[in-house]
Design a protein around this ligand. Structure first.
Ligand code: PLP
Length: 416
């Protein structure tokens, strides 16, 4: 940071302010986390200077003596940790990873079937505004209106009627464990490839707190920066029979040179994720989510599906007479950062929906446990009950900062 001080104090100042924000606020955004100082160091290394189009041993540029070893380590660790036959660690992020999978197996106009965006699916699973919805025949399945749960019989029916080339399991906002065996059965009945997008919960899979899709899926995509607690990037796992198609689709199909600094940071994160501490971390994420869910339910909050089995929960605020956006903005003022989110069958618009989404991956990284979850639940209750009360928000923001000061976040220890 010394060089930034000399060369660009304007950017340095903004980075410092963001550090303080991340240090002092309770971060409940379900897709975010705190990486370790080691992951950060690899991300900020000279590996960013190197071009290495191709794969280890088959590059288009010279000077790969060390880059090949970095990528091979990342590959080795990823395969070991997840028990997968093949992995590609080069996708720039989760969205390009999914696009590469489509490019590997689909022609324009082919059918994909994924979870509807307003029900918890991702943009890249066939949303109309996304390239995945424009270039392919995108069909979607919905949640059960009464329970908010996946209805596997209706997914089966839908898949039989539209015969997707790719059936997608995975989500950005579904608080329950997925039944991969059942998805496999449906894919087999329809002659579909099964793609599992575990972007959100791959850290739980790595730590043994969520069943693994590896025995069931043909292809698995994941981001590396959510519950897995690595740098912003992605990986694609697949059976050996699809390895060549996937690798060709990532490069030269979709991307140019891999981001080697990110690859190194992924390797570091994978080493961390293979430890017993990470196993405890993954289990604690789920415990914390369940304690927070119970604390919120006690205060009359309406949780979609009635609770959670993973790291996230969705609250339908309709009974509280507050919209998701108003609640999220008031909570941010009170030092509790989350996002407004559509709930299944939301009568409101996506930009102004009825719910909020909360996740416990980041707060668990800084060492929060059950006691802190209960306090956070109480704060959320107070703020949502009086979203216009600025002095309440100020008081809670101070309490939040005091709590955070007692739990140094990974990567931000130097501020404590
Ligand atoms: C976050 C997410 C992605 C996309 O990841 P980006 O890195 O933001 O492109 C893809 N799929 C799912 C299910 C996600 O939650």
């Amino acid at each position: 940071m010394n060089s930034l001080e000399q060369h660009d104090p304007e950017i340095l100042d903004l980075i410092r302010q963001e550090e303080v924000r991340q240090k002092n606020k309770v971060r409940l955004i379900a897709s975010e986390n705190y990486v370790s100082a080691a992951v950060m160091a690899a991300t900020g290394s000279v590996l960013t200077n190197k071009y290495s189009e191709g794969y280890p041993g088959k590059r288009y540029y010279e000077g790969q003596q060390f880059i090949d070893q970095v990528e091979n380590l990342a590959i080795h660790r990823a395969k070991e940790l997840f028990g997968a036959e093949h992995v590609n660690v080069q996708p720039y992020s989760g969205s390009p990873a999914n696009l590469a999978v489509y490019f590997a197996f689909l022609n324009p106009g082919d059918t994909i079937l994924g979870m509807a965006l307003p029900h918890g699916g991702h943009l890249t699973h066939g949303a109309k505004v996304s390239i995945s919805g424009k270039f392919f025949q995108a069909e979607s399945y919905s949640l059960d209106e009464k329970t908010g749960l996946l209805n596997y019989d209706s997914i089966h029916e839908k898949a039989l009627s539209c015969r997707p080339r790719i059936l997608i399991a995975g989500h950005s906002a579904y608080p329950r464990i997925l039944d991969f065996a059942r998805f496999r059965e449906i894919a087999d009945a329809c002659g579909s490839l099964l793609l599992v997008d575990m972007a959100h919960f791959s850290g739980l899979v790595a730590g043994g707190a969520h069943p693994s899709p590896v025995p069931y899926a043909d292809v698995i995509t994941t981001t590396t920066h959510k519950s897995l607690r690595g740098p912003r990037g992605a990986m694609i796992f697949c059976k050996q029979e699809h390895a060549a198609a996937i690798d060709k689709a990532v490069f030269p199909g979709l991307q140019g040179g891999p981001h080697n600094n990110t690859t190194a940071a992924i390797a570091v994160a994978l080493k961390e994720a293979a430890t017993s501490e990470f196993k405890q971390y993954a289990a604690q994420i789920v415990k914390n989510a369940q304690v927070l869910a119970a604390a919120l339910t006690d205060q009359g909050f309406n949780l979609v599906t009635g609770g959670t089995e993973n790291h996230l929960m969705l609250i339908d605020l309709t009974n509280k007479g507050v919209t998701g956006k108003i609640a999220a903005k008031a909570l941010d003022q009170a030092g509790i950062v989350l996002n407004y989110n559509a709930v299944p069958f939301d009568p409101r618009k996506p930009f102004d929906p009825s719910g909020i989404r909360l996740g416990t991956a980041a707060v668990t990284s800084r060492g929060f446990g059950a006691e802190e979850m209960v306090r956070i639940g109480e704060w959320i209750g107070k703020v949502v009950a009086a979203p216009d009360d600025n002095s309440l928000q100020t008081r809670i923001r101070e309490d939040v900062a005091t709590l955070c000061a007692a739990f140094p976040a990974p990567g931000l220890e130097h501020l404590h």
